[in-house]
Design a protein around this ligand. Sequence first.
Ligand code: BTN
Length: 263
Amino acid sequence: MDSRRLRQSLPIGRIGDPLYFFSTIGSTNEYARELAEQGAPHGTLVVADEQTAGRGRSGKSWATPAGSALALSAVLRDLDASQTALAGLNVLGALAVVRALSHFRHMVEVKWPNDVLLEGRKVSGVLVEPLWTGDQLVAAVVGIGVNVNPEAVPPEENLDFPATSVVGVLTRKIDRVDLLLDIVRELDTLVRTYDLTELPSLCEPFLAYRGEIVRVEIGDNSSDARVLGLNADGRLNVEFDDADRVAISLEQAKIRPIDSRRI
Ligand code: BTN
C-alpha cells in the first residue's frame, strides 16, 4: 500500500490526524484501543497492510493477508447521545463501507448489524470496541476490514457465511488507497453530519433481507422472522410467525438468510 499517498491525502474532515501506518501489526483495533486509552484524539486512524492477529465479532479471528485487503481502525470521541448505541455505531461503520462501494454499481447491502454484502456475499466486517468510564462511553474504536483481492477471502471451511472480494466481483483491479480514502470520507460525513435518529432512513435502502424471512439465532435457539427495518439505536425490527414484533440487539442475535438462492 502506498502509505505516502495515504499520508498526503489525510486527514479527511476530522479523520486521519494522527495517522499510524504499519506494514504489519497484530490488530489495528487493539492498537487504536491502546491509543484511545492513552487519550488519543477523535479521528486518530490506524491502518495496516497486514494483520497477524486481526479480531472479528464474537471473539473470532479476522484474516488480513499482506497486500490484499484493507484494515483500518478509527478512534471516535465526543459522540452525541444518539451515537452511544453500539449497534448504531456498527451499522454506521457498515454504512460507510456500503456508500464507498456503491460507486461500483453492484448490489451492496448492510447485513445487520456489522457486515457488508457485495452481490450477496460478505466483503467487509466492522468491529466496534467501546471505551467506558463507569457507565459513560468516552470513545469508540470503529474497526473496518475489507476483502479487496481474492487472496483476502478465507478458505470456505473457515467461513460461517459465504464471502467474496471487491476485485472478485468487479473482475478488475482497484486501488486500495482510493477505496480506503472513500471509506474514511463516508465515515467522517456520517459521524459529523448525522444524528443517529436518522439511521433508519439512511440505512434502510441498503438493508439486506428487508421484507424477507430470515433465521434469527439467539444463543442456541433459532426461529424464523420477517425483517421489518431498523431502530434509531441500531436494533433490528423483526416479526416472528406469531405476529410478535421484536427489536433485536446485536449482543443477542445473528441473522441468516433462508433462501440460499440469494448467495
Ligand atoms: C467481523 O465481521 O467479524 C468483524 C471484522 C472486523 C475486522 C477489522 S480489520 C480492522 C480492525 N482490526 C481488527 O482486529 N479487526 C477490525
